[in-house]
Design a protein around this ligand. Structure first.
Ligand code: BJW
Ligand code: ZN
Length: 290
């Protein structure tokens, strides 16, 4: 059970209640209690592979079968998982009908999540279209439940289980790895004109996530959200992956305050934190919101 100083708790709550532009930045630790493995902790391995070594465009072009089986396994895990108490707390802060208990009456929260698991949205808050003005959830590293066609660039939501027939059954890592032939991997259904007929594109799909070395599509929007942010809650992230790892420092530099909630706080956290709540976020956040 997390132990938490009552005076720290009171001062954080008071600051949140006065925050003009609060932001929450979430990482894998937010979903750990839902059974979703983090990247850098125990569980950051899939079969014998470091999860991070599969999260690159190079890994996908070298071995699309392996990378798709890794993402198929994660999609299936997430589809079976449920949001935890930390997701539900954030959903209350995001909800127009409940947020006034925790935020100033005119205030709204922006949740910038690095997670691709869709659990924050499933906790009750829709992913907004206009994040900058209305608050809401921004999935900065994309989503497991979106695909992008490598031929025609079509982007669409996809919650199919399994995502393709060729991947059916491969989500069980205790079974021996068998390569899925390219034609059995997820293929694009986008209708495309081929000379006189209209047919599905059939290009190879990729997961709609942001891999290392790729740009963050919503970065301008994020910087707009961070501008004028006077309180950022940093929740369950190792703060080792940029640009997200720089957000707390940026808020601090602009005169804002930083509250860190993490099982194991790292050096980045200690530099910036005005409040350092060490423990499980699914226990700490309900205490902090009371
Ligand atoms: C709990 C808990 C509980 C556990 N309660 N806590 C500047 C300097 C150096 C390098 C770069 C730089 N700018 C960009 C780069 C390159 C690169 C980068 O940052 N590399 C670093 C390794 C140094 N960044 C990029 O390439 C980004 N693109 C970019 O910046 O484009 C422009 C550019 C490109 C190249 C050069 C320069 C500029 C893109 C980054 C994309 C990251 N993608 C991934 C995969 C997404 C898809 C997928 O899920 O498969 O995103 S990698 C992975 O890391 C994933 C995560 O979102 C991300 C962050 O991980 P997170 O969430 O912090 O998880 P963990 O596991 O690290 O930590 C868990 C934490 O939870 C721990 O602290 C635990 O203690 C805690 N915890 N249980 C509370 N119950
Ligand atoms: Zn296509």
């Amino acid at each position: 059970m997390a132990s938490i100083s009552q005076s720290q708790l009171r001062s954080f709550k008071a600051a949140l209640k006065e925050a003009k532009k609060p932001v929450a930045l979430a990482g894998a630790g937010l979903s750990a209690a839902s059974g979703i493995p983090t990247f850098r902790g125990a569980g950051g391995l899939w079969r014998e592979h470091d999860a991070l070594s599969l999260a690159t465009p190079e890994a996908f072009s070298m071995d699309p079968s392996k990378v798709w089986q890794f993402y198929h396994y994660r999609r299936e895990t997430c589809l079976r998982a449920s949001p935890n108490s930390a997701h539900r707390c954030l959903a209350k802060l995001l909800s127009p009908s409940q947020r006034s208990k925790y935020l100033p009456s005119s205030g709204s929260l922006h949740l910038i999540t690095q997670n691709v698991d869709g659990l924050s949205a499933r906790a009750g808050t829709e992913i907004g279209e206009d994040h900058v003005t209305s608050g809401g959830i921004l999935e900065m590293h994309g989503s497991l439940f979106r695909t992008v066609c490598t031929s025609c660039n079509d982007v669409r939501p996809n919650f199919e289980s399994p995502i393709s027939e060729g991947l059916r059954g491969t989500e069980d890592p205790s079974l021996e790895y068998r390569e899925t032939p390219l034609e059995g991997l997820p293929r694009c259904e986008n209708l495309t004109r081929w000379s006189r007929s209209i047919q599905p594109c059939r290009g190879l799909l990729r997961p709609g996530v942001v891999w290392f070395g790729e740009s963050i599509p919503a970065l301008d929007e994020i910087y707009e959200i961070l501008e004028g942010c006077d309180l950022i809650m940093v929740l369950g992230t190792s703060s080792t992956v940029y640009p997200a790892a720089g957000f707390a420092g940026q808020v601090k530099m602009n005169g804002g305050r930083v509250a860190v909630f993490n099982l194991e706080c790292g050096p980045q956290d200690r530099i910036h934190a005005d409040w350092l709540f060490q423990g499980a976020v699914e226990e700490l956040l309900p205490l902090a919101l009371g």
